[in-house]
Unconditional design. Structure first.
Length: 451
C-alpha cells in the first residue's frame, strides 16, 4: 500500500486524524437529553460542520430534524457532469454504561496496545474521520473526481427517526448515484468486508400493574399478585428453551448464505464465559444476521441495595426486537405488542408503547459500485478478497434512502469490527483499519468516477 500516493498521504495524515478524533470523542454526544446535556450533541454537530467548511464544502448546514436533534449536511462539488456520491456517518453515541468499568475515561481518546479507546471511536465518530481522510487524500492527488454530499446524523443510536423523516420531507437533499454508509465494519480486523444486509429493529416499552401500591411481602405475599413476577413471566415467554426468540406469529426460521461465522470465533469475539452455551439453533450467521432476536435491554424495579420486603405493585421493561430482512418492522412491532399483552399472567393490567423502529435492509451486491469497491479493497488490503457479510444491528436510514432513491447503489463499510466492542465498555478503533478503509474509500471514489 505504501507505493500508492493516496495511501502515502493518508498515512501522513493519521496523526492529525487522531488529534481530531480526540476532539470529537470528547463530546458526550448521547442523543438522550434526559441523561446528557443537549449542548454536548450540539457541540459535536458544530465540530463536524466546521470540519466540512474547512474542507471547502458548500451549503454546510445544521439540520433541525423532527426528533429534536441536529444532522450535519455539506456539498463538495466535483467536475462538471460527474456522478454524485453521498457519504454517511453519525456523531451521536451510545451511553458509556458504567464509566468506572472503563480502563480509561470513555470520552478521552486513549491509545493502548495499538488501538484508540473511547466511546464513538469506531461507532461512528471514526467514520466521520474516515470520510475526511479519503477526501483529503484525493484533494492532495489531483482532486475529488465526483460530487460529494456528506450527511452526519445526530440520533442514529436512539432509533428516533429524525433524519429519516427529514429526508422524506426534503427528498431532493440527499439524492445521489451511490451512497456509502460508513457505519458498518469488517468481519474481522484485516478482512475487507461490505455489509449487504441489516436487521431492522423495534423498541417496545411494556408496563405491568397489579396493585394500587406496594405491600408487605410477609403480610400479603403468596396471594397478592406481584407485578415484577408477572413481568418476568411475560419476558421469559419471548424465548424458547434453547434461547431462540419466540414471538407469537413471527416467523423465525431463515438461513444465511454467504460468509459464515465459526462458533469458536464467535465465542471469542463475544467473550462468552467458559462453560456457558450459545443460544438458539442453526449457524451463528443464521442467528445473528438472518433471524429475529429479542433482548430485554432495561427493567425498572427496585435495586438490590436498599430493597424492602415488598410485593411490587408495578414494573416495566424496555424490549428490543431485531427484525431480519424480509420482515416488516411495523408488523413485527404489532406482533411483539400482541404477544406481551396476551402472555401477561394473572389478569394483570398491561400496556405497551412503541418507542423506536427501523426497517431491515438488503443491498444489491451485483451493482457496478460493488465492483469498484472490490477493486479498491484489493489495493487497500493486498492479497485479501472483499467479503460479503450481514450485520445484526440496524441503520434505519438505509431503507429510507433505498425507498427515496431506488436507483442509487448503497454500500456499507466501516470501523466496527469485533475487537471494537461497540456499544460496550472499552470501545476502540484500530488506527490501521481507519487507515486502510480511508484508502479504500478514496480509491473507490476514483474507481467509481472512472467507471
Amino acid at each position: 500500500m505504501s507505493s500508492n500516493p493516496l495511501a502515502e498521504t493518508i498515512a501522513s495524515l493519521l496523526p492529525r486524524a487522531k488529534a481530531e478524533l480526540t476532539e470529537l470523542v470528547a463530546f458526550k454526544s448521547v442523543a438522550d437529553f434526559d441523561q446528557f446535556p443537549r449542548s454536548e450533541s450540539e457541540g459535536a454537530a458544530l465540530w463536524v460542520a466546521d470540519a466540512l467548511t474547512a474542507e471547502g464544502f458548500q451549503d454546510v448546514a445544521l439540520l433541525d430534524t423532527p426528533d429534536g436533534t441536529q444532522s450535519v449536511y455539506g456539498f463538495l462539488p466535483g467536475p462538471e457532469g460527474a456522478r454524485t456520491v453521498l457519504l454517511y456517518a453519525h456523531y451521536d453515541v451510545q451511553p458509556p454504561l458504567d464509566e468506572a468499568a472503563w480502563t480509561t475515561p470513555p470520552f478521552a481518546l486513549t491509545e493502548r496496545d495499538g488501538r484508540w479507546y473511547g466511546r464513538g471511536a469506531a461507532d461512528c465518530k471514526g467514520g466521520v474521520l474516515m470520510h475526511l481522510l479519503a477526501l483529503r487524500a484525493l484533494k492532495a492527488d489531483g482532486g475529488v473526481p465526483v460530487h460529494v454530499k456528506v450527511i452526519v446524523e445526530g440520533s442514529e443510536e436512539q432509533g428516533t427517526g429524525g433524519l429519516e423523516r427529514y429526508a422524506e420531507q426534503h427528498p431532493d437533499l440527499l439524492t445521489a448515484d451511490t451512497i456509502v454508509i460508513g457505519d458498518a465494519g469488517n468481519f474481522r480486523v484485516g478482512l475487507p468486508t461490505v455489509t449487504t444486509t441489516l436487521r431492522g429493529m423495534t423498541l417496545v416499552r411494556v408496563r405491568v400493574d397489579t396493585l394500587e401500591g406496594n405491600l408487605h411481602s410477609g403480610q400479603f405475599g403468596g396471594a397478592a399478585p406481584d407485578a415484577l413476577a408477572a413481568l418476568i413471566r411475560v419476558l421469559d415467554s419471548l424465548r424458547a428453551e434453547d434461547g431462540s426468540t419466540t414471538v407469537d406469529g413471527l416467523d423465525g426460521v431463515s438461513g444465511w448464505e454467504g460468509l459464515q461465522y465459526e462458533e469458536e470465533q464467535f465465542r471469542k469475539d463475544a467473550k462468552v464465559l467458559e462453560g456457558v452455551e450459545l443460544i438458539g439453533s442453526g449457524t451463528v450467521a443464521d442467528r445473528i444476521w438472518a433471524r429475529p432476536a429479542v433482548t430485554v435491554i432495561g427493567i425498572d424495579c427496585p435495586p438490590v441495595v436498599g430493597a424492602t420486603p415488598s410485593v411490587q405493585a408495578g414494573a416495566r421493561a424496555l424490549v428490543s426486537l431485531r427484525v431480519p430482512p424480509g420482515v416488516d418492522a411495523a408488523e413485527a412491532t404489532k406482533l411483539l405488542q400482541a404477544h406481551l399483552e396476551a402472555r401477561t399472567p394473572w389478569g394483570a393490567r398491561v400496556s405497551t408503547e412503541q418507542v423506536g423502529q427501523g426497517q431491515p435492509f438488503r443491498a444489491d451486491p451485483t451493482s457496478p459500485a460493488y465492483q469498484a469497491m472490490a477493486d479498491a479493497m484489493a489495493v487497500a488490503y493486498p492479497g485479501r478478497e472483499m467479503q460479503y457479510a450481514g450485520q445484526g444491528g440496524s441503520i434505519p436510514l438505509c431503507n429510507t434512502l433505498a425507498a427515496l432513491y431506488p436507483e442509487a447503489e448503497i454500500l456499507l463499510i466501516g470501523l466496527s469490527e469485533p475487537e471494537a466492542q461497540i456499544h460496550a465498555v472499552d470501545e476502540s478503533v484500530s488506527p490501521r483499519e481507519l487507515e486502510r478503509l480511508s484508502v479504500a474509500e478514496a480509491l473507490f471514489l476514483r474507481n467509481y468516477a472512472a467507471g
